[in-house]
Design a protein around this ligand. Structure first.
Ligand code: SAM
Length: 269
C-alpha cells in the first residue's frame, strides 16, 4: 500500500480514469482489459469506493475505447519506427508504457511532480523509461529529451485542461525538437468544455479550457502537422459488451453534435 493519496483538482482526474479502467477490466476487459489498473486500485491508498468515484465510473467504456484506440496508434507507430522516442504527456497513473509492446527508444511519461512521485511507488523501473515530474507547460523539461529522430507524442485526457496557447506551444515545440513523428490526442467539443465549467465540485473546476471543433485548426497553427486521422471516441461502440451501454452509445452516435463530443486525432509531421 502507498501512503494516503489526496489529489485535488485536475490531478484527481487521473484516479478517476484509473478507476474506470480497473472497473472495465474487472468486468471482463472486453475492450481494454487493463490488469495493471486493477492492481493499482488495490495498491494506492485512496477510497476508490467513495460516492464520487462511483458517480464517475459510468463512462468507463468511453475511457476504455479511447485508451484502446490510442494503444493501437502507439503500437502501429512503434511497429514502423521502433527506435522512436515516446513522449506521453499528462500520463497520470496510466499503464500504457507497460501495456503496449515497447520499441527500442526511450519512453518519457510526464505529469506533475506529486503524480510522478506516486507513479514511482507503484510502477517498476524499466530500461529506457523515464519519468518527468513537471507541468507540461513549463518548457524546461524538454531539455531532458534528446533531439532529432522520430517521436510519438501521446496526450490522453490532457489538452482540454490546458489553454489554447499552451497546446499550441507544446505542439510547436514537438515539431521543432524532432525531425519527424506523430501526435495523437483526444479533444472535447466546445459545448462539453462549457458544460464542464458549470458542474459542481468535485466534477467541475478542473479548469477545462481548450476545445477542438475541427482538427484542421491545429494544422493552421502548426503548419508542419498534417491531420492523418480523426474519429469519434465511440467509433467502435459495438465492442462494448453491455447491451444498455450499446443502445445509449448508438443513440449518442446518431446525433453529430453528441457523437463529436470527444474525438481522437492523429497527426503526422
Ligand atoms: C484525466 S487525467 C488523464 C491521465 C491519463 N492520461 C489517463 O488517461 O488516465 C489528466 C492528467 O493530466 C495531468 N495534467 C493536467 N494538466 C497538467 C499540466 N499542466 N502538466 C502536467 N500534467 C497535467 C493531470 O495531473 C492528470 O494526471
Amino acid at each position: 500500500m502507498t501512503g494516503k493519496v489526496d489529489f485535488q483538482g485536475v490531478r484527481w482526474t487521473n484516479l478517476v480514469t484509473l478507476n474506470m479502467r480497473a472497473q472495465e477490466s474487472r468486468e471482463g476487459g472486453h475492450v481494454l482489459g487493463d490488469r495493471m489498473a486493477e492492481e493499482l486500485v488495490r495498491t494506492i491508498d485512496y477510497d476508490f469506493d467513495s460516492l464520487k468515484m462511483r458517480l464517475t465510473s459510468g463512462d468507463r467504456y468511453l475511457v476504455a475505447l479511447r485508451a484502446r484506440q490510442l494503444d493501437r496508434w502507439v503500437a502501429d507507430y512503434l511497429g514502423r519506427f521502433p527506435a522512436a522516442t515516446v513522449l506521453q504527456l499528462g500520463c497520470g497513473m496510466d499503464s500504457r508504457a507497460f501495456r503496449v509492446p515497447r520499441g527500442e527508444g526511450t519512453w518519457f511519461d510526464v505529469d506533475y511532480p506529486d503524480v510522478v512521485d506516486l507513479r514511482r511507488k507503484v510502477y517498476p523501473e524499466q530500461d529506457r523509461y523515464q519519468l518527468v515530474g513537471s507541468s507540461v507547460v513549463d518548457g524546461s523539461w524538454w531539455d531532458r529529451v534528446p533531439t532529432g529522430g522520430p517521436v510519438l507524442v501521446v496526450a490522453e485526457g490532457l489538452f482540454m485542461y490546458l489553454r489554447e496557447d499552451d497546446v499550441r506551444a507544446i505542439l510547436t515545440r514537438a515539431t521543432e525538437h524532432f525531425d519527424t513523428g506523430e501526435v495523437v490526442f483526444d479533444g472535447l467539443s466546445s459545448w462539453a468544455v462549457t458544460v464542464s465549467q458549470w458542474l459542481p465540485q468535485p466534477f467541475g473546476d478542473f479548469g477545462m479550457a481548450w476545445a477542438v471543433q475541427d482538427g484542421r485548426e491545429v494544422e493552421r497553427w502548426v503548419p508542419r502537422l498534417h491531420l492523418a486521422e480523426s474519429r469519434p471516441v465511440l467509433h467502435d461502440y459495438q465492442d462494448v459488451p453491455i447491451k444498455a451501454f450499446q443502445v445509449g452509445y448508438r443513440l449518442f452516435n446518431s446525433v453529430p453534435a453528441l457523437r463529436d463530443t470527444m474525438r481522437l486525432f492523429r497527426y503526422t509531421f
